[in-house]
Ligand binder design. Structure first.
Ligand SMILES: C[S@@+](CC[C@H](N)C(=O)[O-])C[C@H]1O[C@@H](n2cnc3c(N)ncnc32)[C@H](O)[C@@H]1O
Length: 297
């Protein structure tokens, strides 16, 4: 930046040393403005609505990080999700869950409570090697003085040249017709309409898409349902997994840790993950045909 650039300072402060995050942000802002005034006699202007440069100020106790924000719009905002339901998953979390599940993009993947389709879209983006930032139309670094547009265009072309047509079966369903319409709109926006199909269906009636495969679901968390409704829902999920998904690996993310026992299956793996500020469990199950002994034999 130089004195012609506008800038803003975005503070995140967790420290007893400061009563108000605005004060350390003001100190940093003045220091930057004074530096340019000392150099050129002119102060860069501060803009909170549309700054050229955003500076992040993170203070944790007595540790301070000052960094340039190269994204500005958070990276989880991939740019394909114009439609979303009441409780959509963070896109980056969905991608991380798919990677933690061990899915390598070759076996079929289903999300039978797909909502706005985040898990399905992130899965096909991974399988098709679609760069996660492909649908974004803004990165903060494009306004930096040393931004090299030709280099950026070349890097974009190189990463888009890696895209493949995977042919992996990725399918979804949801009991809500409105959710399925939202998923369809988002799938279209991500250019994946030929490789993801979604339909309206109650999970209890859905069967596995093929022999071996993965199911990754994000059932309702419970804030909007009564405790007995949620217990029944998780019991139904458990019995459907046992009867319709034998041979599959199933992964469930929920913040309702206490309801997982209603599923009636022992998870093989468990991770603690956060959907925004909400602490969730991501539990993985192996569903055998017959008994576990017969399966390993
Ligand atoms: C937490 S939301 C899923 C959000 C989704 N992962 C997203 O990113 O948009 C849970 C979804 O489960 C669906 N659902 C609830 N009960 C269901 C059932 N019995 N069968 C199928 N879907 C169900 C709801 O309609 C809702 O869309």
């Amino acid at each position: 930046m130089d004195h012609d650039s506008s800038f803003s300072v975005a503070p995140v402060v967790r420290s007893e040393l400061f009563d108000h995050s605005g004060y350390p942000a003001l100190v940093v802002k003045d220091a930057i403005a004074d530096y340019f005034r000392g150099k050129s006699g002119k102060r860069p202007s501060v803009s909170t609505s549309d700054p050229d440069v955003v500076i992040n100020l993170h203070i944790s106790n007595d540790h301070v990080d000052i960094s340039l924000d190269s994204s500005v719009i958070p990276l989880y905002k991939r740019g394909y999700r114009s439609e979303q339901g009441l409780a959509p998953l963070n896109e980056v979390l969905a991608a991380g869950m798919i990677m933690l599940s061990g899915w390598d993009g070759t076996l079929p993947l289903q999300d039978t409570m797909c909502g706005s389709g985040t898990i399905l879209i992130e899965a096909q983006m991974i399988a098709n090697k679609i760069p996660p930032g492909k649908f974004r139309n803004f990165f903060g670094f494009t306004r930096w003085k040393d931004f090299d547009e030709n280099l950026f265009i070349r890097m974009k072309k190189e990463s888009e040249a890696q895209i493949v047509k995977s042919g992996t079966l990725v399918t979804g369903s949801d009991i809500s017709e409105a959710a399925v319409r939202q998923a369809e709109a988002n799938i279209r926006k991500a250019g994946l309409e030929g490789v993801i199909s979604v339909e309206v269906a109650d999970f209890k009636d859905v069967k596995r898409a093929s022999g071996d495969g993965y199911l990754v679901i994000n059932p309702p968390y419970g804030q909007r349902l009564k405790p007995d409704e949620i217990e029944n829902l998780y019991s139904m999920i458990g019995s459907t997994l046992k009867h319709h998904f034998a041979g599959n690996k199933a992964w469930i993310i929920t913040s309702g840790k206490e309801y997982l026992r209603n599923i009636g299956l022992k998870p093989k793996k468990k991770f603690t993950l956060f959907n925004g500020a909400l602490e969730c469990v991501f539990a993985g199950y192996e569903l055998y045909e017959g008994t576990k002994k017969q399966a390993s034999a």
